[in-house]
Design a protein around this ligand. Structure first.
Ligand SMILES: NC(=O)C1=CN([C@@H]2O[C@H](COP(=O)(O)OP(=O)(O)OC[C@H]3O[C@@H](n4cnc5c(N)ncnc54)[C@H](O)[C@@H]3O)[C@@H](O)[C@H]2O)C=CC1
Ligand SMILES: CC(C)(CO)C(=O)C(=O)O
Length: 293
């Protein structure tokens, strides 16, 4: 089968899903977008992308998923189980999650076959129904311990679509490392309503180190490499110093955050392991209190 004969599906056509689907469609693939509520009505009129590129596309969109060769899951972490249930009703092919947070691969794998993990640093947000392509990044896709044919296929499709994409054999380590970055930057910036760079302030960085240390303990119990973790967090804080984190944006917009699947998941796993995670627990409960406001 020719690569371009593959049907690609986007499960959750919000900011990052629409960006991925739009770029994949622009490169000539057949893409089906799954959306709901207002986003469904918007996409029925077309997908508009601005920022690093300008594109206006007519797209094939529906509320329910369809059969596909590759399905990219781009719902928020708290919608993963529901998305998995809907996808289990069709032949969704290879399932790639590009979500943030912990446990998405596991939750998808309970209902779906051929699930591969993914982590992306591409950036997009939606304003006035337009997808703003904010930043180019890198996307890693794969499994643990080996590089699967499915991961290589997804890598080919994303590279063909212009993405910096690499199939890897240590995707859990990469998902966890991003999760620790998010566990530090997202709640602190959301609570203080500050840009990412502020976490480097002396007092806040002392909190960051507690969060990282607690995350490290869980990762080590899971056999995941922790080398260079503090440096990785610091590097992202420097590189995205003027950004407003996604969690701050969610809080400012009155939206639910993914705290339960970032710091909250570290707390849950720590409890299971009998180790304390006080800093992560404090940040989790503070953000949840803000959500309930
Ligand atoms: N926006 C970004 O730049 C990046 C986002 N991520 C992660 O990707 C995930 C998605 O993030 P965003 O695109 O920003 O969120 P979003 O809220 O813009 O998009 C998620 C979309 O999924 C839809 N959805 C959820 N359940 C659905 C269902 N059952 N049927 C149809 N549509 C459904 C929602 O209605 C929403 O439109 C999150 O885990 C986020 O942390 C990761 C890297 C970058
Ligand atoms: C890396 C970081 C913190 C960039 O803002 C991010 O992924 C987010 O905001 O969710």
């Amino acid at each position: 089968m020719n690569l371009k004969d593959l049907k690609i599906q986007i499960m959750g056509s919000g900011a990052i899903g629409s960006l991925f689907g739009g770029l994949i469609q622009l490169s000539g693939f057949d893409v089906h977008f799954v959306a709901r509520r207002k986003r469904l009505e918007v996409l029925k009129k077309g997908l508009r992308i601005r920022g690093l590129i300008e594109a206006d596309l007519d797209v094939d969109v529906s509320e329910k998923p369809e059969n596909a060769d590759i399905t990219i899951v781009a719902v928020k972490a708290y919608d993963t189980e529901n998305a998995a249930e809907l996808l289990s009703k069709v032949d969704c092919g290879v399932v790639l999650t590009i979500q943030n947070g912990l446990g998405n691969v596991e939750r998808l794998s309970r209902k779906l076959k051929r699930v591969i993990g993914g982590v992306t640093t591409y950036g997009a947000n939606i304003k006035d129904d337009i997808v703003f392509y904010a930043g180019e990044g890198v996307t890693f896709v794969g499994n643990d311990g080996y590089i699967s044919e499915d991961a290589l296929l997804v890598e080919r499709v994303l590279k063909e679509s212009g993405f910096n994409c690499y199939a890897v054999d240590n995707i859990s380590e990469r998902i966890w490392r991003k999760a620790i970055v998010n566990a530090v930057i997202n709640p602190i910036t959301a609570i203080l309503k500050v840009e990412n760079g502020r976490v480097l302030d002396e007092g806040l960085w002392s909190i960051a180190k507690l969060v990282i240390e607690e995350g490290k303990q869980v990762m080590e119990r899971l056999g995941i490499n922790v080398d260079g973790l503090e440096e990785a967090v610091r590097e992202v804080a420097v590189k995205t110093a003027r950004n407003r984190s996604s969690m701050l944006q969610d809080i400012m917009a009155g939206r639910r955050t993914e705290i339960d699947y970032i710091n909250g998941e570290i707390v849950r796993l720590s409890d299971e392991m009998g180790i304390s995670a006080c800093a992560n627990l404090l940040l989790t409960n503070l953000v949840k209190a803000m959500e309930e406001k």
